[in-house]
Write a protein that binds this ligand. Structure first.
Ligand code: AR6
Length: 177
């Protein structure tokens, strides 16, 4: 499912964040220590190899809402942008912290002159953010940041679950831009 907004393509796909070889950067739903964990972080570190954790070590810890960038190591992508999402019910205000993740990741990508970025659904796994509420915040925030972007022209949302993918398809269809 693709949506064209001016020169920018927004897209939802059903798949794995570590299998997006056509994207210059992928986003990691990281932990504060930027170390391998479960979910997306585990998959990214496994695919990237131990060099990723080594490179990340001096950048840790990061705060909820923050984004930092590293190389992609053995991933097919040139960069990994690591975002720490809010833990639902603990890091407040969680909606603003989640929005910060997407805003900061896109701004960082643009600063690095990155053309394409793939996002997982940050905070919606182990961190417990209700999926539909997180989706609304994500798409609203990305929409707000689009006019600022000079280099990023392709934003992909990679959804692991079929139902999660359907939520994105429906929301992207309804998006009025
Ligand atoms: N590709 C795409 N999406 C995935 C993948 C994958 N390989 N694996 C899971 N998802 P999570 P969080 C989906 O838990 O909630 C880690 O241990 C998943 O279904 O990865 O931000 C870190 O170390 C869910 O919708 O991230 C942190 O401690 C979404 O990606 C903590 O979990 C995010 O799930 C971060 O928790």
């Amino acid at each position: 499912m693709k949506k064209q907004v001016g020169e920018i393509t927004m897209e939802a796909v059903h798949g794995d964040i570590t299998s997006q070889p056509d994207m210059t950067a992928v986003v990691n739903a990281a932990n504060a220590q930027l170390s391998p964990g479960g979910g997306v972080a585990g998959a990214i570190h496994r695919a990237a190899g131990p060099g990723l954790a080594e490179e990340c070590l001096p950048m840790a810890p990061i705060e909820p809402g923050q984004a930092v960038i590293s190389g992609g190591h053995n991933l097919p992508n040139k960069y990994v942008i690591h975002c720490l999402g809010p833990v639902y019910g603990k890091d407040k205000p969680e909606n603003l912290l989640l929005a910060d993740c997407y805003r900061n990741a896109l701004r960082l990508a643009d600063e690095k002159e990155i053309d394409s970025v793939a996002f997982p659904a940050i905070s919606t796994g182990i961190f417990g953010y209700p999926f539909e509420a997180a989706t609304d915040i994500t798409l609203q925030t990305v929409q707000e940041v689009l006019p600022e972007l000079k280099f990023v022209n392709h934003i992909r949302f990679v959804l692991f679950g079929e139902e999660d993918f359907e939520v994105y398809v429906e929301r992207l269809r309804r998006l009025k831009i």
